[in-house]
Design a protein around this ligand. Sequence first.
Ligand SMILES: Cc1cc2nc3c(=O)[nH]c(=O)nc-3n(C[C@H](O)[C@H](O)[C@H](O)COP(=O)(O)OP(=O)(O)OC[C@H]3O[C@@H](n4cnc5c(N)ncnc54)[C@H](O)[C@@H]3O)c2cc1C
Length: 500
Amino acid sequence: MNVAVRTAPTAQQGSEHFDVLIVGAGISGIGSAYHLTTQLPGTSFVILETQESFGGTWLTHRYPGIRSDSDLYTFGYRFKPWVGPPIATAEEILSYMKEVIDENDIEEHIRYRHKISSASWSSETNLWTVEAVRTDTGEKKTFTANFLWMCQGYYRHSEGYMPEWKNMDKFKGRIVHPQTWPDDLDLTNKKVIVIGSGATAATLIPAIAGECARVTMVQRSPTYFRLGRNAIDIADTLRQLQVNEEWIHEIVRRKILFEQDAFTKRCIAEPEKVKKELISQITAVVGPDYDVATHFTPKYRPWRQRIAFVPDADLFEGVKSGKATVVTDEIECFTEKGLQLKSGKTLEADVIVTATGFNLCALGDIGFVIDGKPLDFADTVTYRGMMFTGIPNMVWVFGYFRASWTLRVDLVGDFVCRLLAHMKEKGARRVEVKLRPEDHNMPLLPWLDPENFNPGYMMRSQHMWPRRGNKPEWQHSQDYWAEKDEIPAINIDDAAFVYR
Ligand SMILES: Cc1cc2nc3c(=O)[nH]c(=O)nc-3n(C[C@H](O)[C@H](O)[C@H](O)COP(=O)(O)OP(=O)(O)OC[C@H]3O[C@@H](n4cnc5c(N)ncnc54)[C@H](O)[C@@H]3O)c2cc1C
């Protein structure tokens, strides 16, 4: 593939052609565009984005208090220093992304309100044909591209996951999902129930506790949290010493990553000890008389599900002050006035917020077709969670759950640029991954190992995802500390890569 060519003679009439087509203008899409412009200048590319602006997750979620649950030194890109407090609001993340877009002239490459409906690969032309619909005019647009860089995230942005509870329609108040937070919702003096115990509930509750009459968190089972100041001492000290921000960014990233690695290893080596430490942080805030055993003691091993960071313990300060209440129980059904719980208890509410998570969606709800045959993504085997057998010229950025997602945006960015440069050098127009003869007897397993990481939203959709093998190169290990060395060292001339 000649990555500098702007028009392809084989592209369809009436379509626009690009060397690379990036799907999505979230933190992955913008980071990928940065790597492409800086590492392979002259490559023609377009970013297609359904929404009216960039940001992805940070644009979609507009509920009160929306903030990151991991630090921005590592959730930020490696190339753009983060200069604010480590836990950031959606607005702060969007301003950071805007600076990256402006500083690197990325805006001119983004087409907003373009929802991609299909992507078809032709082995005859070695091109992708991508169909998009303009969400404002309904106009259909066709693009062709040599390479697809999938940065569409992992969940459906248009609607959150809402379980079906009995009698939901009987409830006289309002039911709201945080992913589609209504602009007109006024919670002043309202009785609010928040269903869920994850990062969203933990963020939302302290943000609304001051204005509503009462907020109750209803959880089936507790979740782990880490508490701490929303500040990083070493960053503050280095700033006092007038060390430049590039250095501070790098030093703080290394410190955080080093500590996270140690923490992850401890969670596996001594889970009971870590569990006690995490819970005792909470007891120290809510006090010894609070029933921490029932409400804040999870049943699973730490790190089998994402652990949200709660800055300044705000959720637990709210519980201690009585502004927020926690109920650990199961929902029997909705009633006209609120909830009936399995224990027999009833709760009244004017508004019920279902902080129940996402609808996972593989490949952005795009219908993929390979040489005329619809693709079943679950039939493929993944190469390090980036490439997939049977899908040529395509890479997906699927980040980390245990470390910041964006760490992988940078690693995959380097990999894709290296791969594209290699194709140009070889004069290849097509690359795909293929199981080697020695891989043929390898067991093929579900995408995630539930022993390792098992949040409900991933478990309920495992059947939709590609399979993994039992060798490091045929799985997404979710291990940044191994991949930071392994991905740059991938031998792209290995027999697993087939070029034509
Ligand atoms: C509330 C919340 C808080 C989070 N906090 C953290 C955190 O602190 N740290 C962390 O590491 N992770 C966090 N995550 C996970 C988070 O989703 C990722 O870290 C990251 O933002 C994902 O970025 P992305 O660009 O890959 O995908 P997304 O942010 O999901 O963006 C994908 C973009 O692609 C677009 N798109 C999708 N399909 C199509 C299509 N068919 N056509 C055109 N465009 C399409 C979407 O509209 C969207 O703009 C959080 C998630 C949520 C929901």
